[in-house]
Design a protein around this ligand. Sequence first.
Ligand code: ADP
Ligand code: MG
Length: 208
Amino acid sequence: MLEVHIQKKLTHFTLDVQFVVRDEIVVLFGPSGSGKTTVLNSVAGLVHPDSGRIQLHDMVFFATGQKPMPTRKRKVGYLFQDYALFPHMSVKENIGYGMQSNDMSDVQAILDVLGIQHLLTAYPHEISGGEKQRVALARALATKPDVLLLDEPLSALDEATRLRCQDELLELHRMWKIPILLVTHDTAEAAKLSDRILSIDRGVLTPL
Ligand code: ADP
Ligand code: MG
């Protein structure tokens, strides 16, 4: 279980949220600028709260007054809002980045579900937006994370591709029950993917 309690003063308001994510998909839903990315960055350790506590199972990522656990020790898979791939690396090298070994057989199930096996030798400029998105998701999953953070992972895709990727994400989650925190501002997507929806506005959770 991921336990999140964050207080952080931002430019225009104070982020103050408290919630848990069990082995489920929790959607963080809210307007642009409401603090969603800051929540994900805090869980990943890219920024730190002013106070609060972030804990995954028995691992304390952050606690007021303690030295935060470094990002590399947190076992967090993070798909950024602009899921940039490394342009000079092949798909295989992109996915292998951050993995212990470069043996793709470890991630075969992920490649199969996402249908990107045939793209391994291609470079990012040679593949479509939807394929890039799948590769970025495979890269986030390849490190076998204990928690997955997805920041508007599907927003750049056309409707048909987005629907297919939503199904793939649900399939991956069925195979691999870990806490997933997913940001979207698409209501249909939130309803389809979420076990629970947290609505956020100006840094606080609000009733839907
Ligand atoms: P969202 O992802 O919901 O669009 P963000 O978390 O990116 O929102 O940003 C929320 C607000 O906090 C924005 O107004 C942004 O300018 C501000 N902000 C983001 N990071 C910091 C920071 N490290 N310090 C102060 N303010 C920040
Ligand atoms: Mg954001």
